[in-house]
Design a protein around this ligand. Structure first.
Ligand SMILES: Cc1cc2nc3c(=O)[nH]c(=O)nc-3n(C[C@H](O)[C@H](O)[C@H](O)COP(=O)(O)OP(=O)(O)OC[C@H]3O[C@@H](n4cnc5c(N)ncnc54)[C@H](O)[C@@H]3O)c2cc1C
Ligand code: SF4
Ligand code: SF4
Length: 404
């Protein structure tokens, strides 16, 4: 670990370091600087001290000096109710591309119960090897057991890159794994590529509220870790003739587990997951109040779609966080996205870019959402939605009659 200390004999008590410290981590005692526990080792004070009174010893224990040999791209598979989540296949396709650039193999870590068929499916989707742990204790996604076992497997197999889906579970365990491995993690990447000069993984993600894209590298630590949201990447077709190995690494389960999953209950909004739906009807502040949300629910129901939401209305409690679409919510890729009373802020648009067809309803003809829409309806949602529902119901009923 890096370390910082004050050389008391050199400190003249000028307080320059105090003024420079962005974390308020320096205080003065007997006219000498003292560094507190909230120091983040950012190094700003070292440059500020003209008397050379602050000594910072940088951690030189990087992966190259450790003598360990890291190679291969590893994907963490996520399952729910025994099914591999689509994001795993999306990551596998990207891992295959990265592996071509680095001339290396792709492995997948698969934890669960009765995992053999899923291991084969992962091989069909591009894995050269599956590192599987098959145990009844892994039937549910336990946030205490999973990171511990994954860390053990990473320490044994030493991949140079580890990719994880930015799902609710992935977002929860990725930082724990990164912390246990003492490496870096870039969350919510939208682009991953290998730098041809250095062979490093360049991880690009939106920064500063989506106003610019930041490309991040992790040169000193291994593995290089990134999470990617569902639907940002495209999965490859399965090829059942592909061959690969299933390996069962030795792991020891943590003792004294404090977290037990008693039951998994899906919320109503998760029954049709907004991220998987072919039709999404999304609501924004233009719906006026929570009572009017029933208009959006009705339209989604008649179309057999899911209800999405902007962050503004999630913050107000009109919809659940699991329904939020956008930079800090879900990325969706429906065939039809209907935006009702949504202005089209850049953070919202970040989540709908992969939609095939966007219909926007907004009172304001200059609303930015219209620039991203295939069809724009200038008008009041509260009047248009009931009319739409009525017409669609009529069409449905007449089809049923014809069918009968
Ligand atoms: C770091 C960061 C992350 C963020 N992440 C997200 C995110 O993931 N998802 C997200 O959505 N936002 C996100 N935001 C918030 C985002 O910037 C916007 O504030 C938000 O998307 C606006 O929501 P809105 O369109 O519902 O509301 P508003 O911007 O208030 O727009 C309401 C719209 O409704 C229209 N309208 C009003 N009445 C009617 C009516 N009766 N009929 C028709 N139209 C009507 C108005 O003309 C207006 O265009 C984030 C912001 C930041 C800073
Ligand atoms: S800037 Fe240097 S000399 Fe001045 S108080 Fe801080 S440590 Fe002491
Ligand atoms: S290293 Fe950074 S956080 Fe720590 S005392 Fe210096 S300026 Fe403050």
């Amino acid at each position: 670990m890096s370390n910082i200390s004050i050389i008391s004999e050199k400190c003249v008590g000028c307080k320059s370091c105090m003024r420079q410290c962005p974390y308020g981590a320096i205080s003065m005692k007997d006219k000498k600087a003292e560094i507190g526990e909230n120091c983040t080792l950012c190094g700003a004070c070292v440059e500020a001290c003209k008397f050379g009174a602050i000594l910072m010893e940088k951690d030189s224990n990087n992966w190259q000096q450790s003598g360990d040999n890291y190679s291969g791209i590893c994907v963490l598979a996520e399952q729910f109710n025994g099914h591999i989540k689509a994001v795993t296949y999306e990551l596998l396709a990207k891992a295959g591309e990265l592996a071509l650039s680095l001339k290396t193999k792709v492995s997948v870590i698969l934890l669960g119960y009765n995992v053999k068929d899923n291991a084969k499916a992962l091989i069909a989707h591009g894995a050269n090897e599956v590192l599987a742990v098959d145990n009844i204790m892994l039937k549910d996604l336990n946030e205490e057991i999973y990171p511990e076992l994954i860390t053990q497997i990473i320490k044994q197999y030493k991949p140079e890159i580890l990719l994880i889906g930015a799902t609710a579970f992935g977002r929860s365990i990725a930082p724990r794994i990164a912390s246990a491995l003492n490496t870096g993690l870039t969350a919510d990447c939208t682009k991953l590529e290998i730098d041809s000069k250095t062979g490093l993984l360049f991880q690009t993600r939106p920064a500063f509220g989506g106003n610019l894209m930041a490309t991040i590298a992790c040169p000193l630590r291994r593995p290089q870790m990134a999470t990617v949201r569902p639907k940002v990447l495209k999965a490859a077709e399965a090829d059942s003739s592909r061959e690969g190995r299933i390996i069962y690494p030795e792991v020891s389960f943590p003792k004294n587990i404090k977290l037990r999953i008693l039951e998994t209950v899906l919320s109503d909004s998760q029954k049709i997951n907004v991220a998987d739906a072919d039709i999404v009807v999304a609501a924004g502040m233009g719906m006026g109040n929570i009572k009017n949300m029933k208009l959006v629910d009705e339209l989604a129901e008649v179309l057999g779609g899911a209800v999405g939401a902007t962050r503004a209305i999630v913050d107000l409690g009109w919809a659940e966080y699991s329904q939020q679409v956008g930079q800090t919510g879900k990325t969706v890729a429906p065939k039809i996205y209907i935006a009702c009373g949504i202005s089209g802020a850049i953070q919202h648009l970040a989540g709908i870019a992969s939609s095939a067809y966007v219909i926007a309803i907004n009172k304001d003809k200059d609303a930015p959402i219209f620039k991203s829409a295939n069809v724009g309806i200038v008008g009041d949602c509260l009047e248009i939605l009931p009319e739409l529902v009525k017409s669609l119901k009529k069409i449905k009923e007449s089809k049923v009659k014809i069918g009968a």
